[in-house]
Design a protein around this ligand. Structure first.
Ligand SMILES: C[C@H](O)[C@H](O)[C@H]1CNC2=NC(N)=NC(=O)C2=N1
Length: 119
């Protein structure tokens, strides 16, 4: 199984398929700590990352933002004192694409390299 965090996003197209139930059940195994949320009928991946303070939360936010810019695929980021909520979905598809799982795995990789509340 290729490491999802090392994969790259494909360009978002409005006619691209959302992940199937089978793909979803397989892909979520690689990002087990992420929650699947459904908001206004749109399926999303969401996870809260804890930090010691706002400065660490902001540094992580900026690192995720840089990865998003590099891949041309962008999250919703809620940056608060001590935590960042990251939400991935494909706007054009109004749902989940493999890109979202790639970027969730990439977000975990960024977090594992960043100072967190756990350290
Ligand atoms: C023009 C630009 O590349 C597109 O609008 C991209 C930008 N980033 C994106 N990010 C996400 N999450 N979904 C999209 O559909 C999307 N589209």
């Amino acid at each position: 199984m290729t490491d999802l965090s090392q994969a790259h996003c494909e360009a978002c197209r409005t006619d691209a398929p959302r992940v199937s139930e089978t793909e979803l059940s397989e892909l979520i195994k690689q990002i087990p700590d992420w929650n699947i949320e459904i908001r206004n009928g749109v399926m999303q991946l969401e996870k809260i990352f804890p930090f010691k303070n706002f400065a660490q939360a902001l540094a992580f936010t900026n690192a995720v933002a840089a990865a998003a810019e590099a891949e041309g695929h962008h999250p919703a980021l809620l940056t608060e004192w001590g935590r960042v909520t990251v939400t991935w979905w494909s706007h054009k598809l109004k749902g989940l694409h493999r890109n979202d799982f790639i970027m969730a795995a990439r977000t975990d990789a960024i977090a594992s390299a960043a100072p967190t509340a756990a350290q």
